[in-house]
Design a protein around this ligand. Sequence first.
Ligand SMILES: O=C(O)C(=O)C[C@H](O)[C@@H](O)CO
Length: 256
Amino acid sequence: MTLPVNAFKRALRDGRSQIGIWNTIPGPVVAELLAGAGFDWVLLDTEHALTDIPDIFAMLQAVAAYPVSAVVRPQTNDTVLIKRLLDHGAQTLLLPYVQSAAEAEAAVRAMRYAPRGVRGVSGMTRASRYGAIPDYVQRAEEELCLLVQVETAEALAQIEAIAAVDGVDGLFIGPSDLAASMGHPGNARHPEVVAAIDDAIRRIVATGKAAGILTLDPAYARHCLELGTSFTAVGVDMALLRAAASDLAKAFGRGA
Ligand SMILES: O=C(O)C(=O)C[C@H](O)[C@@H](O)CO
């Protein structure tokens, strides 16, 4: 077998915009449903979701049957978590709360085998299709994609330094955490936060690395796309379910 191509990494490299959706409901059913919905990428979240590493294994299998890229978000920027997710076949990771170039460099080392990194080696993983990809260890890095979240005022100040780290493919702005860090918790649409995000997107694009964001507001998503975001998540499964359920209840005179 040959190493699976990372279509998401290639799309970012070639400047092809990727529209995504957030999967926070654990298990392969919703992951598969979203994978078939037509988006370019599905974010499998373990940071703010009940989803854990064994769930991710089945979710990656479910998504793999569809022409969509899986992006997995670990709980934190941790060498062991990164190793386990890569072993299960994740090829693109979105790491939360990366505050500095040093933290980004640590993440890159966790993604790479020695001598360029510290990723532990195992021959019997889904990543290497249980040994069926004979040059997996030599070539894995070519098809891995690392996205880091800049989501505090301190991290925004470090955009150029973080983007300069070899092995970082993209920087994602976390609007909710950024708003909180700027003293506007729960208000990512505060004018100061919006201005900071506009500036951050422009600066990330200027570095040549891919810029990403999540917003549930389609008009704001289009604004971010115009500024140059190339991986733009536009929905969250639970938010869609809640809105649809609430509308249905209202249609029958029920609900809040
Ligand atoms: O700060 C943010 O915004 C994000 O990082 C995205 C959230 O974590 C996501 O889970 C949506 O609530």
